[in-house]
Design a protein around this ligand. Sequence first.
Ligand code: FAD
Length: 289
Amino acid sequence: MKSPRFKYVRPNSLDQAIGLLSEFGDEARVLAGGQSLMPTLNMRLSHPEILIDINNLEDLKGISLQGDFVRIGALVRHVEVMESSVIREELPLIAEAIPHVAHVAVRNRGTFGGSIALADPAAEMPACALALNANFLLKGPRGTREIEAEKFFYGLYETAIEPDEILVAALLPRIKSGEIFAFTELARRQGDFAQAGVACKARISGQIIEQIRLVYFGSEVKPTLGNNMMTVLKGQRWSDSLVESNSSQLDTDLDPIQNLHGSSSLKLHLQKVLTKRVVHAVMEKAGSI
Ligand code: FAD
């Protein structure tokens, strides 16, 4: 099917883009890589009056170091993230997760900001951003604001971005000494959206899990912290059986949605298996196994 008719504009400044968003409100859509938006138009799931193509906006481009943070511009393509030495050195969690995002053709056009703004529940980048305590920079007619990842993802494809705001960049804390990261997901084929997945940040001392942060995706309506699981594992001496015997904590942490990728109980089971794997992986990376 072809998309419905729409007006198309390609502003050259962020202010101009925001002006257009304010003018057209709900009738406007921001166009970044188009990898998710264009299929929804072609399937006639969305009928915007106007597309505001942000691809000329220099303020939204580039990966750079800003003090303790890595700034990833919203328009940075997945392929740029994958090839960046800054990402490899400073954000090993993102470096590990990015090859799981879609396929080469989609990664060549799809953007980091598009993935965050869309907030697909099975997407890898929102989960990593939450695991890393990222902040997001939003700009609208009322000015610029920064919002933490924990307050950004509301629900199924719902974020804190107002209809007249544009996501400008993400600020992700650079790796600190002693931090270990691991990422795991299950998808039917490499590059497909995940059925279940976990992003993990930890501090390990010998066999002790000093700190651990677990973010689940694929199963929930939004990237979700495993708060109870994190609490019971913190300060404990690691073993596979420690993680397994506490896996019932996820019964309360998670509320998996049933969809084409599986039932709620299947996804809960998969997340328990992945938790064991991801904690095993951080222990291995810490040299503790
Ligand atoms: P667009 O499609 O241009 O926009 C998506 C939405 O975000 C739109 O509503 C748009 O208005 C809004 N938006 C975009 N940028 C901004 C901004 N800066 N400010 C405000 N709003 C904005 N993703 C994964 O994470 N994992 C996968 O495994 C995966 N597999 C895929 C497989 C296929 C076959 C396809 C087609 C896509 C897949 N994707 C996957 C999605 C892909 O990563 C997209 O690139 C991403 O979801 C959206 O990025 P985009 O730049 O294409 O955004």
